[in-house]
Design a protein around this ligand. Structure first.
Ligand code: F6P
Length: 553
């Protein structure tokens, strides 16, 4: 039986019709409802009173969670069960944030000591590089790092790097150091990543779970050649290190496995930022202290997911509301709107976390889902987004939005003579937008204001557009970044559990890779001396014509 056949799902489907008759403008007048529709954990307030929902909706969603056996599924996740059934793997990114003394078993073996051991190695290695104890081939200090990786081996690390680098303590710790990311196989990205860097002071970290990803391997070979050209073959040992689960391939590439940091098959790529994947570049840039704070923040949310009652459990509430908006109210997209420029790479990271996880068509048992799962995640920091796509959110399509804000700025500014601080100015927008979406502006109000009749339809805001507000008690510091990361990782898992799909495989990325291989072979043949003018074979006429044009002299 799929969850869509459950009584709870059917009741919610009926309830959606009642909810559609209500307007947030009115619902927000109800003080009891507003109070009931907030939850709090460790300095994070979630206000979900601007959802098209009532306490009754929440009760029904909690019943749905029970019918979907959400409690058992969360237990299986954190208990190391092989819930990634198509790859027969456990899914244990929570173990990456575990504390000494906690026990998490996979196949009867406690994985926590191994995690802590790698963390100690990373800490020591980063310290050696940062202090200059470990130098480059010419004896110079390694001040710059190029992290090569793509997908989960890039998006999470870059998100956290950007989020941390304006934290005052992180900025101080990173003085004189540079961290660059190289992800795209586009050679332009190589130029961008290496621009202004000197191989003699550069450490290259090749990050790939499989160590077979075509883009990463080509970029690694390209950067290796850049190093070798200036420093010679022998320099590779001092200038290239790796992060992977596949130490055999690391060795085959020519990186000494002694210079490799491992992780485990129970860490999914998009959930790997708390493994050496993220921790190594971050520790090299900022030192270990903020990295530990980041892990602690994530750990706080991990415990909360397991321990908090569902009605006060932030990731569970977010996940249930995601299912509600998507499966019952028909909203296929959602916007991530951090009012914090440091979170500019949050949306790209969550795009992978969420869309690669829940963008599925079948249930865990392979049966076709009777509903569309997954949502289109996108976003930009406010206020930038307001001057871009908010027009559509206010007057075009209904897109549930998450507003994420901080009570304090990591870089406060109060201009002389300005009525409010720059952060207060930012936050004025943060508090205004959710209400503008929810309440809108009616034609009656516009008429009262004397707006010209012909402009009234254009200036009308229908409102009744849902959003969440997440307000953090402090500034966007490493601890908060860890909390935010885990909160969204767990929201995705909750939605996948409710929908009954496997959020932890990603077969949908494979077909394109296979076809690219076929194109690569054709391009190589056509361009080779022997193959000049070689027939383009094995493609449909449309692709063959494009390839012909691409290869034309
Ligand atoms: O795009 C597919 C994918 O497999 C992602 O899931 C993964 O994060 C990325 O490629 C990179 O993989 P790897 O770390 O093995 O290079």
């Amino acid at each position: 039986m799929t969850i869509a056949q459950s009584p709870a799902w059917k009741s919610l489907a009926g309830h959606a019709a009642d909810i559609r008759r209500l307007h947030l403008r009115d619902l927000l007048q109800n003080q009891d409802r507003c109070a009931a529709m907030t939850a709090e954990h460790d300095g994070i307030v979630l206000d979900f009173s601007r959802q098209n929902a009532t306490p009754e909706t929440m009760r029904m969603l909690l019943t749905l969670a029970e019918e979907a056996k959400l409690r058992e599924r969360i237990k299986a996740l954190v208990g190391g069960e092989k819930i990634n059934n198509t790859e027969k793997r456990a899914v244990l990114h929570v173990a990456l944030r575990a504390k000494k003394g906690e026990k998490i078993l996979v196949d009867g073996v406690d994985v926590v000591p191994g995690v802590l051991k790698v963390q100690a190695q990373l800490k020591a290695f980063a310290e050696q590089v940062r202090t200059g104890k470990r130098k480059g081939a010419t004896g110079k200090k390694l001040t710059d790092v190029v992290a090569i990786g793509i997908g989960g081996s890039y998006l999470g690390p870059e998100f956290v790097f950007e989020a941390m680098r304006t934290d005052p303590a992180c900025a101080k710790a990173a003085a004189g150091r540079r961290l660059r990311f190289l992800a795209n196989v586009d050679p332009i990205d190589v130029t961008r990543a290496l621009d202004g860097l000197d191989p003699a002071t550069t450490l290259v970290v090749v990050i790939s779970k499989t160590f077979t990803t075509a883009e990463t391997m080509l970029n690694a070979r390209t950067v290796r050649a850049w190093l070798v050209k200036k420093l010679g073959e022998k320099a590779v040992a001092k200038h290239m290190v790796a992060v992977s689960t596949n130490l055999k391939e690391v060795a085959a590439f020519g990186i000494d496995p002694a210079n490799a940091f491992g992780f485990w098959d129970w860490v999914g790529g998009r959930y790997s930022v708390c493994a050496a994947v993220g921790l190594l570049p971050l520790a090299l840039q900022f030192g270990w202290k903020p990295v530990q704070q980041f892990l602690d923040g994530a750990h706080s949310l991990d415990r909360h997911l397991v321990e908090a009652p569902f009605e006060r459990n932030l990731p569970v509430l977010l996940g249930l509301l995601g299912v509600w908006n998507s499966s019952f109210l028909g909203h296929g997209a959602r916007a991530l709107l951090p009012y914090c420029q440091a979170l500019l790479k949050f949306a790209p990271h969550i795009q992978q976390v969420d869309m690669e996880s829940n963008g599925k068509r079948v249930a865990t048992d392979g049966s076709v889902l009777p509903f569309e799962a997954g949502e289109i995640d996108f976003g930009e920091p406010g206020t930038n987004g307001q001057h871009s796509f908010y027009q559509l959110i206010h007057q075009g399509r209904v897109i549930p939005a998450d507003f994420i804000g901080f009570r304090k700025s990591a870089q406060p500014v109060q201009g002389k003579g300005e009525p409010v601080s720059n952060h207060d100015e930012l936050m004025s927008n943060f508090f205004a937008q959710p209400d503008a979406l929810a309440c809108g502006k009616s034609d009656v109000e516009l008429r009262t204001e004397g707006v010209a009749a012909e402009l009234i339809p254009h200036k009308t805001f229908p409102g009744n557009r849902p959003s969440n507000v997440l307000l953090f008690a402090g500034a966007c510091d490493p601890y908060a970044v860890g909390q935010l990361l885990a909160l969204y990782e767990h929201r995705t898992a909750v939605q996948g559990f409710i929908w009954g799909l496997n959020s932890f495989d990603q077969w949908g990325v494979e077909l394109g890779k296979v076809l690219a291989k076929q194109v690569r072979t054709q391009l190589a043949t056509s361009r080779s001396a022997k193959g000049k003018g070689a027939r383009i074979e094995g493609f449909n006429p449309a692709t063959a014509a494009l390839l012909k044009r691409y290869l034309a002299k």
